[in-house]
Design a protein around this ligand. Structure first.
Ligand code: FES
Length: 117
């Protein structure tokens, strides 16, 4: 059964910030992207390192056969070990189709941030 867990006060996690909390045996990264909250298991699907110790950033994506453009600024977290990039909102790995970090619902309510695990 899903459990809603209080993480922190909304004011402690401003836009662009992240925090890592322990819920039972799980470490979960909680992010504020543009005023909305997202949560991701802090275990990289590549080789199990901490994703959330890596930087929040953007990524380069191809826009046609010859050009890449930098995009999704503030919506990507880069794994601390080998640099695989994950979309914070969905958990999708940017460069490896079909690979995804586990995500959890997160939301603000009554001035506090909650994650449902
Ligand atoms: S362990 Fe995360 S990219 Fe390798």
């Amino acid at each position: 059964m899903a459990k809603k867990v209080e993480v922190c006060a909304v004011g402690d996690l401003p836009p662009g910030a992240k925090t890592v909390v322990t819920v039972g045996a799980r470490r979960i990264g909680v992010f504020n992207v543009g005023g909305s909250f997202y949560a991701m298991l802090d275990v990289c699907p590549h080789q199990g390192a901490s994703i959330c110790e890596g930087p929040i950033c953007g990524t380069n994506k191809p826009v046609d056969d010859y050009r890449y453009e930098f995009m999704m600024e503030g919506e990507i977290v880069r794994c601390s070990r080998h640099g695989w990039e994950f979309a914070i909102k969905s958990g999708e790995c940017v460069g490896v189709p079909g690979v995804r970090a586990k995500t959890y619902p997160a939301a603000a309510e009554s001035g506090k941030v909650f994650v449902t695990v």
